[in-house]
Design a protein around this ligand. Structure first.
Ligand SMILES: C[S@@+](CC[C@H](N)C(=O)[O-])C[C@H]1O[C@@H](n2cnc3c(N)ncnc32)[C@H](O)[C@@H]1O
Length: 236
């Protein structure tokens, strides 16, 4: 599927019937050949935006997977770069691609860090966290940041209601809800559970001050609003 190097439909189905952690272990070797890996275009645009907000010292990539965000941190952080993920398979690929990064296997809902990081980023993983888990995740990231530290991540604008992408995401989430109603272990991955207003409220509930920076290089919608914003959450 996706590309000749990517997983077959059968492999993807097996992955989707597993737990999130085991599913990513199974997918790891071919993950970078799927559209689930954050695109270089988005990573570059976020890097350029973060460059205007720095300087940053040590950096943490939350749910780093094969290391997409580690390159961003390497570009904008002067200090050590750390990735955390609970999939051993994904971390093995990240270790291969980023041999000098510190890679830690842990659940992002129970991060094993003192408040030492200056910048935390996360890409492509929020769909794995239902609203209650998002509150825990944000509190965990908050506790891993030093005072004044920043948690930043891109948040694309939702597709217009009724558009083709809208129905594709709606259909994906509906299929996932059906799958989780009839099959265990659950595979939590929803596209429509991470809306700006709710995210902002949950970040503020975790103690962050939130601002939004348009990522202009990714273009604008017909109404002039950006296709994608960088959410910048600062620890007081
Ligand atoms: C879609 S991948 C994104 C990987 C990478 N950040 C990227 O943008 O390409 C989601 C990643 O989140 C990780 N993940 C999901 N839930 C997690 C949790 N509770 N704790 C740690 N990692 C988690 C998965 O193992 C997987 O590597």
């Amino acid at each position: 599927m996706f590309t000749p190097q990517g997983p077959s439909l059968r492999e993807l189905t097996t992955q989707a019937l597993s737990s999130v952690e085991h599913g990513y272990d199974l997918l790891a070797a071919k993950f970078d050949a799927t559209p689930f890996r954050t695109s270089d275009r988005l990573l570059t645009a976020v890097t350029r935006t973060l460059e205007t907000l720095g300087p940053f010292d040590s950096g943490l990539d939350v749910c780093c997977g094969t290391g997409a965000g580690l390159g961003v941190l390497r570009s904008v952080c002067a200090g050590r770069v750390t990735g955390v993920d609970f999939s051993t398979g994904m971390l093995a690929r990240a270790r291969y691609a980023h041999p000098t990064a510190d890679l830690v296997r842990a659940d992002a809902l129970a991060l094993p860090f003192a408040p030492v990081f200056d910048l935390a980023v996360s890409f492509g993983a929020f769909g794995h966290f239902l609203p209650d888990a998002q509150r825990t995740l944000f509190a965990q990231v908050h506790s891993a940041l030093r005072p004044g530290g920043t948690f930043a991540f891109p948040l694309p604008a939702p597709p217009p209601v009724g558009s083709r992408p809208y129905w594709i995401l709606w259909g994906f989430d509906a299929a996932m809800r059906l799958r989780n109603a009839v099959w265990h272990p659950p595979f939590v991955m929803y596209y429509r559970t991470f809306r700006l207003a709710d995210v902002r409220t949950r970040l503020e509930g975790a103690g962050f001050h939130v601002s939004l920076v348009p990522i202009d290089s990714l273009g604008h919608r017909e109404d002039g609003s950006p296709h994608c914003r960088l959410v910048v959450a600062r620890k007081a």
